[in-house]
Design a protein around this ligand. Structure first.
Ligand SMILES: *Cc1c(COP(=O)(O)O)cnc(C)c1O
Length: 495
């Protein structure tokens, strides 16, 4: 018998090195020239299917260097480049280059971070990462938590911990239907759509969500929040949780978290903060005051794959008393032998929804060290300053209307010069015009913005979580919007 088994999946050391070096060279070139590429080619799914081909599952294997070269070509040429300096869409950041190397290393070791015995050092690194993230945003390092795939999962994890903590104690045995009173939750109308998924998935139902109107600054109206809680108590409902937002997805507004914390304390409610986008800005000393109250949160969701520039996927749930996670997620089947003698182990399968878990902590942990707190303060602050510049330039321009600016999100719209129409006609035309303009810009490949609807106005929206964007990019983006806006107006108005 041969000493080593000859499996079709193994790659020899020599080949691995050769392919690896080649791959790294290509990636280095890709990153180095990313600003010279179009943000996207705007190809249709049909075009892409044609390029990809429609062969069925291969019967025989292929040489790895050949298929890797093909994969590189497909992806380098036909992707939307969110690492491009003019990508300001949704809340998807440019990815830290060290993250690519981290993922390669993580996949090579392949620890299963569901149990400490299966991932001895990786579990310790995740624990340290969690502690650093708590320090980063300025809450007690005694918060515990877990890394998850993103903001939705981070919010779900906090939501479930809160449900266990505040629902009747027999919820684990009897489920929601066993609750003597209807469980209800509160959040601002600006809350991200995850909350609807959570209400549906975790048994409360959509009608359990009390959508509290926002004030003129897009913050939850806390007077209306108090009223809603009182009304529910009078009706015999059981309020369990308030969700505050630290950086809403459309305009970046941060709720008055300190006031929400006080309301939660009065009524013994779980205080969850969705900081998926905005909470990393709390690292900037000057901005600490708008985040006052986070230290009182029972749970916090944040997304390293947004404003910490980690490659996808990395979200994080922090919980003030991590025992709430264990109470929610832990179980002890006979086939798990995860205790290591008398020592206390941290088995992450007991802290969240996943069982087997990858080592997503590594890329976050390495980036936090490469950059340090100071580096992050600098990058996040620059993103905010660029967003303000975007707003100011729009404000000064005759053909642009600047709408909102919070954290690193600016909303604006194109308004043609000498445009006169009755109010109703004007509103509906400008909405139509800006929607068409946005679609056009997104396909064009020069810049990538997304949209927001603010007080009925369809806006172009730029969110800068991009360490490659410069002042020059913002100036050029203004010119692109106006140039394309003129064209679109001509097309739509027939003038
Ligand atoms: C992005 C975002 C989410 C969802 O996060 P994913 O990482 O996309 O799952 C939730 N809430 C807010 C405020 C967000 O900005």
């Amino acid at each position: 018998m041969k000493k080593k088994r000859d499996s079709p999946i193994e790659i020899s050391k020599k080949d691995f090195r050769k392919m690896g070096y080649k791959m790294i060279d290509s990636i280095a070139d890709f990153i180095d020239t990313i600003d010279e590429q179009p943000v996207t080619l705007g190809e249709t799914p049909e075009q892409l299917q044609k390029i990809l081909g429609t062969v069925s599952l291969p019967e025989d294997g292929s040489a790895p260097d050949k298929i890797l070269s093909k994969a590189k070509e497909l992806l380098f040429r036909h992707s939307l480049l969110n690492g491009h300096p003019k990508f300001l869409g949704y809340i998807t950041s440019s990815a830290a280059p060290i993250g690519a190397l981290a993922d390669l290393l993580a996949a090579s070791i392949n620890p299963n971070v569901g149990a400490q015995v299966l991932s001895p050092m990786a579990t310790e690194i995740e624990k340290q990462t969690i502690r650093w993230l708590a320090e980063f945003i300025g809450v007690s390092p005694n918060y515990g938590g877990i890394l998850v795939s993103g903001g939705n999962m981070a919010n779900f994890t906090g939501f479930l911990a809160g449900r266990t903590a505040k629902a009747p104690k027999n919820i684990k045995e009897e489920g929601i239907s066993g609750a003597p009173a209807r469980l209800v939750i509160y959040c601002s109308k600006t809350t991200h759509t995850w909350v609807e998924k959570a209400a549906v998935l975790f048994g409360l139902g959509l009608n359990a969500i009390r959508w509290i109107p926002a004030d003129a600054h897009n913050k939850m109206d806390n007077t209306l929040l108090e009223q809603a809680i009182k009304t529910d108590l009078e009706k015999g409902c059981k309020p369990i949780m308030v969700i505050g937002t630290a950086g809403d997805v459309s305009t970046g507004a941060v709720d008055d978290l300190k006031a929400i914390a006080a309301i939660c304390k009065t009524h013994d409610l779980w205080f969850h903060i969705d900081g998926a986008y905005g909470i990393p800005a709390a690292v900037i000393p000057r901005l600490k005051k708008i985040f006052k109250g986070i230290e009182a949160a029972d749970s916090i969701a944040l997304d390293p794959h947004k404003w910490l520039y980690s490659p996808l996927e990395a979200g994080c749930t922090l919980v003030k008393d991590p025992n709430h996670l264990i109470e929610t997620f832990s179980s002890h089947p006979v086939y798990y032998n995860f205790n290591i003698g008398e020592t206390v182990t941290q088995n992450y399968y007991e802290y969240g929804l996943q069982n087997s878990r990858g080592f997503r902590a590594l890329k976050v942990w390495l980036t936090l060290q490469q950059v340090g707190r100071k580096g992050y303060i600098e990058m996040i602050d620059e993103d905010i300053q660029l967003s303000k510049l975007f707003f100011d330039l729009a404000k000064k321009h005759k053909e642009l209307e600047a709408i909102t600016q919070n954290l690193s999100i600016t909303t604006l719209r194109y308004v043609p010069a000498n445009f006169t129409a009755g109010k109703e006609e004007r509103d509906s035309y400008l909405n139509r015009l800006n929607e068409a303009l946005l679609n056009d810009l997104q396909q064009g490949g020069e810049v990538f913005l997304s949209n927001a609807v603010v007080n009925g106005k369809y806006c172009l929206r730029g969110c800068i979580v991009n360490f490659r964007t410069s002042k020059k990019d913002i100036e050029e983006i203004i010119n692109i919007i106006v140039r394309e806006g003129k064209k679109m107006h001509k097309k739509l108005s027939g003038k």
